[in-house]
Design a protein around this ligand. Structure first.
Ligand SMILES: [Zn+2]
Length: 255
């Protein structure tokens, strides 16, 4: 790619690893090969993780550091190119101990970091994580780090009861109904999935001041926190990578 195409404060990133998990999110990492201006020259040659979206930077959410709620978010268009133009503010140099694959997964990690951030009173409390994908495995680790009591985890609800927080990474009628029944008084159901599932509930299901909320995307600060947790070894992400594929297959999957 011709570096003359770079706009102000953009850098060129040669992609080294990509990840995807169903339609939940995607991410990639790479090496900065060029910068538009001298301002970002220090990034050239650095291995970087990339935040895959940016907010408008002027709405109330962006100004409050909640870019994930911005109505004018723009995502990096990744069609499998070998090199991509990225705003310099969206790339983060990674230390040697963080692999390309793990760096590419940081957008997933930040989703889990944001969701656990919803559980303000988790210390010593029992929690349940419904799901069996990579994000659910990260939630389990993060909840233990946050000092949760017992952390139950499974593809559906388990035989636990009276739990303070339930994280639903499945988002089906059955998981939602069962989750509400398993919450303790003043417990909170946190949904990580946005879909069109209709869930018939009785108002009585929320008796005891139970709450339902959602965790939608993650703000940039949680991406940076995810990078710190991974770089310090507090969070193990290698275990959630299902399979590694080569460049040719990657191109086919992206279509
Ligand atoms: Zn905005």
């Amino acid at each position: 790619m011709n570096t003359a195409l770079l706009k102000e404060r953009e850098v060129m990133v040669k992609v080294r690893s990509r990840v995807s998990e169903k339609e939940l999110a995607y991410g990639f990492s790479g090496v900065v090969t060029a910068s538009c201006t001298g301002l970002d020259e220090a990034l050239v040659g650095k291995r970087v993780a990339v935040i895959t979206y940016r907010g408008c930077e002027i709405c109330e959410y962006c100004r409050a550091g909640r870019e994930n709620l911005c109505d004018s978010k723009r995502w990096i268009r990744d069609k499998g190119e070998e090199e991509l133009r990225i705003p310099a503010s969206m790339v983060y140099p990674i230390p040697d101990q963080v692999s390309d694959e793990v760096a590419a997964a940081l957008n997933f990690v930040s989703l889990a970091v944001s969701a656990v951030g919803k559980a303000k009173e988790v210390l010593g409390e029992d929690v349940l994580v419904i799901g069996d994908g990579g994000v659910s495995l990260l939630l389990v680790q993060l909840l233990k780090l946050a000092g949760a009591g017992q952390v139950f985890h499974g593809p559906e609800s388990t035989d636990c009861r009276d739990v303070k927080y339930i994280f639903d990474c499945v988002g089906e009628t059955g998981t939602q109904k069962k989750a509400l029944a398993l919450l303790k008084q003043r417990g909170t159901l946190i949904n990580l999935v946005n879909n069109r599932t209709e869930v018939p509930i009785q108002l009585l299901d929320l008796n005891g001041e139970k709450e339902i909320t959602s965790s939608t995307g993650s703000p940039h600060k949680d991406f940076r926190r995810a990078l710190r947790l991974v770089a310090s070894g507090q969070l193990q992400v290698d275990t959630i990578v299902d399979r590694k594929i080569g460049w040719e297959e990657c191109m086919m999957e992206i279509g």
